[in-house]
Design a protein around this ligand. Sequence first.
Ligand SMILES: Nc1nc2c(c(=O)[nH]1)N[C@H]1C(S)=C(S)[C@@H](COP(=O)(O)OP(=O)(O)OC[C@H]3O[C@@H](n4cnc5c(N)ncnc54)[C@H](O)[C@@H]3O)O[C@H]1N2
Ligand code: MOO
Length: 414
Amino acid sequence: MTNICYPNKHDLLSVEQALSEIRHAIKAITEQELVALPQALGRILADCISSPIDIPPQRTAAMDGYAFAAGDLADGRQAELQVIGIAWAGKPFLAQQAQGQCVRIFTGAVVPDFADSVIAQEQIEINGDTVSLPPDWQPYKNIRAAGSDVKQYEELITAPKKLSASDLSLLAAAGVEQISVKRKLRIGFFSTGDELVPLGEPLAIGQIYDSNRYLLAGLLSDPNHKVSDLGIVPDDQLKLEQTLKNAAQQHDVIISTGGASVGDADFVKQTLEKCGQVNFWKLAIKPGKPLAFGKIGDCWFFGLPGNPVAVLVTYEKFVKPALEQLAGAPPTQALRLRVRCDSRLKKSPGRQEYQRGILCQSADGELAVRLAGQQDSHQLKVASQSNCFIVLDAESSGIDAGEIVSVEPFSAVL
Ligand SMILES: Nc1nc2c(c(=O)[nH]1)N[C@H]1C(S)=C(S)[C@@H](COP(=O)(O)OP(=O)(O)OC[C@H]3O[C@@H](n4cnc5c(N)ncnc54)[C@H](O)[C@@H]3O)O[C@H]1N2
Ligand code: MOO
């Protein structure tokens, strides 16, 4: 029998210390690739882009109506104008105009050179081929100047930025077809555990279905990721070592779940130590305490705990920001709200807790949160019913119903 030294609670790193360790360790990839605009949604812009053209390229009408030269008319007086042609969007009116004449014009059409004003059709009266302007007509209205959205050579989007639908629309308006983005991260993930069975097979006694790989596949779904599912690895140190070494050759990041704790079949931390380096292991967070972070060759490694809710929390708090940083994305942070909590929350001081909650908004806009259910870290149904984390500081010893708490809604970032 060997003497074993069990780590105690004083070995736990705080959430802030762990995030700072990750921030200092990880450097963004520098490689880029060109993609066509429709493929750029959600990708990370690598270089700033300037507009090759004015947007809009010419002066255009903002209303359906009539284009005329205000200088032809006496201020504040009713006026009759002869309609001499039509300017359509895409089919400009190119002929000359004489004093007292105007052109029928539609929204988006180029405003003829002679005109400096457009009046909306609701404001005029039509008499045959003339229109009469009301006495209160106003000059210089309803014309969008060339470049009034963006001037030629003006910067359209500053890099780095995760490209949104509005960004793609802006780039398309400027005629930009190819976009330089950061290359995708190659990410491999696997589950460890002799008890795990893939979907489609019957369960023998003691076995459970591997749910973590489906959780991770969903969490990792992002246009900046090229993800490989490496399956289930048994609780066998040699097999784990081989998997880690092979996967490290082909990926930027490997993520495992399970085997991260201190049981006799938990080999993740010691295997990481053998194949590479351990930057940290064991955090003052609940759930998610036995999280291992390190490196094998050039490949970053996250050994997440096996409990499914601990996977959710450690992915959101540590893996997600690490992947964003590695991918060269601008940093984001979870939106944190201070709201009333309608449940009593139990907690022992020591670890920062991410309890699963349900955030609601009343008809008058007031926010309140309640506990989604029991908080054991195997309870996936409660996680599935929740829509936010209720964040309790490490020192907190719980709260009474009615107190104000910090809440992080899922999928809301700043
Ligand atoms: N003596 C101690 N025991 C434990 C500690 C501790 O500090 N001292 N920490 C506990 C905490 S906290 C966690 S979290 C777990 C994590 O342990 P492991 O990372 O080693 O995870 P496993 O033991 O492999 O599994 C834990 C639990 O999760 C189930 N599991 C694992 N993988 C999957 C999967 N892919 N899909 C679904 N469910 C999975 C597994 O069957 C276990 O029930 O350790 C505590 N123990
Ligand atoms: O961190 Mo564990 O995830 O408390 O169960």
